[in-house]
Design a protein around this ligand. Structure first.
Ligand SMILES: [Zn+2]
Length: 464
């Protein structure tokens, strides 16, 4: 018998709904909470308003504004001289990768630790990230050499089920790239150490057809977004940082297949030629973009492609340059020199800028330092705040649910001391975090491990 036969649904659905409604218990979370603070940034406006009030019921915002009347039955949480803001977003993290300041230590760890152990360690990264005020991340690549595990998918699902405390995650699974390119996990190791050349199941492709196959394979296994490396990178041993690594035909096939499956495409790209080819192929965001020329940035603006600058990654690598092999030091220096001018030009030209950091290159939970780097390079404070809220929500395709403080949106709300439009480093001192109406933090963070990792003697890792 086919229990799913269509003619039964008209009778079955009302019965299921009636049961479901009767079965929903009255939850404490459905109480009304009123959050108050001296300032409020709604994620979209060009200014911060005084005397902010947000009324939350269940997982939603039911009202928001300046000097609102608080309903009599509401539990009032007055956060004082602080700014209420939408939960921040980071459009470029690697929550499943551990941070280590020593390149070789990190490389050894990668082949040393059991993947299950790395997955358990990643739960601490997720907690540190959400407690820092980042209620959503786009996690751009999770790969363990020689393993077919999808740890980012598992972490996302465990967070969604409430088993692990962490941000909402959109995950990319394995970054897609060329043989010997930035994402080839066997590059730099002795030939055949892992017994076979990597293939599309590892994200490694060498033709348009393989690009399509890799996209289909990743979506089948839970990818929300597709990540590809179209140029070389800093932290890979055998490539040049700015050479193109996929052909125009490979990028076009990858973008076409991803968009057919309604997945956006983020590309790791430092080089200018690769960026132009990727923009023409219709990618949704360029990650890093260090060597992009003004003409290329203008092309991005015209096509509405986002730039995710990840200034933190370069900054952190440059501060610990001696911990990297000499070949990587030269690449890091070249990228760092180019990227400041590139970023200033992007701001000037009005390219859409999304907030993204490359967390894992620095200790998880320090993401908010990116704001200061953006502002120091000429981005107005309020624009930097918008990049991590409404801009990221647009890029991630979740603006109808979150990214701004508006009636009916999910109650992802944070508070930081003072006013970030006069001191942007306030974003590094978030002390209140609510995700979907549940308070995750109100006061000091719960994770002393995150603080321990900030010891500079023990520090960063991996990927770009
Ligand atoms: Zn990255």
């Amino acid at each position: 018998m086919n229990v799913l036969s269509c003619d039964r649904w008209p009778r079955v659905i009302p019965a299921i709904l009636a049961f479901a409604v009767a079965a929903i218990p009255i939850r404490a979370a459905d109480n009304v909470i009123a959050l108050k603070a001296q300032h409020l940034f709604d994620g979209k406006s060009k200014s911060i308003v005084p005397n902010g009030v947000i009324i939350v019921q269940g997982d939603k915002i039911i009202d928001v504004g300046s000097n609102l009347t608080v309903p009599g039955d509401a539990q009032v949480i007055d956060l004082g001289d602080a700014t209420l803001s939408p939960g921040l977003m980071d459009a470029h993290t690697h929550l499943t990768l551990d941070y280590s300041s020593d390149y070789n230590v990190r490389r050894l760890k990668e082949v040393d630790l059991n993947v299950s152990e790395q997955a358990i360690i990643a739960t601490a990264h997720a907690r540190a990230t959400v407690e820092a005020g980042f209620t959503t991340v786009r996690d751009l690549g999770s790969r363990f050499v020689g393993s077919r595990e999808f740890v980012d998918v598992a972490l996302r699902n465990a967070i969604n089920k409430g088993v692990v405390v962490g941000p909402r995650m959109l995950v990319a699974t394995k970054g897609i790239g060329a043989t010997g390119g930035h994402f080839d996990p066997t590059s730099g190791f002795r030939d055949f150490l892992f017994g076979r050349e990597p293939d599309y199941t590892d994200g490694i492709i060498d033709s348009p057809d393989e690009a399509r196959k890799a996209v289909r394979f990743e979506v089948k296994n839970g990818a929300d977004v597709i990540k590809a490396a179209v140029s070389g990178g800093v932290l890979s041993l055998v490539d040049e940082v700015d050479t193109p690594q996929l052909t125009s035909a490979e990028i076009a096939a990858l973008v076409d297949e991803s968009h057919r499956l309604r997945k956006k495409v983020a590309v790791h790209c430092h080089g200018d030629q690769a960026a132009r080819e990727a923009i023409d192929a219709g990618v949704d965001s360029i990650e890093h973009g260090s060597f992009m020329k003004p003409e290329t940035l203008a092309r991005m603006k015209n096509k509405g492609v986002f730039l995710t600058p990840t200034l933190m990654a370069t900054e952190w690598i440059m501060s610990k340059l001696g911990n990297y092999p000499r070949a990587l030091q030269a690449k890091a220096k070249a990228a760092a020199t180019a990227r400041s001018d590139m970023f200033r030009n992007a701001v000037k030209l009005g390219v859409k800028i999304s907030f993204g950091t490359d967390a894992a290159v620095f200790p998880h939970g320090q993401n908010a330092h990116e704001f200061k780097l953006m502002v120091d390079l000429g981005m107005p404070q309020i624009e930097a705040l918008r990049s991590a809220t409404s801009n990221d929500a647009e890029l991630l395709g979740i603006a109808q649910k979150t990214g701004s403080l508006e009636k009916g949106k999910l109650a992802d709300i944070i508070a930081m001391p003072g006013d970030p439009s006069t001191d942007i480093t306030a974003t590094e001192r978030v002390f209140f975090v609510m995700k979907e109406g549940k308070i995750i933090r109100n006061g000091p963070p719960s994770a002393p491990a995150a603080a321990k990792e900030t010891n500079p003697a023990d520090a960063p890792a991996p990927v770009d």
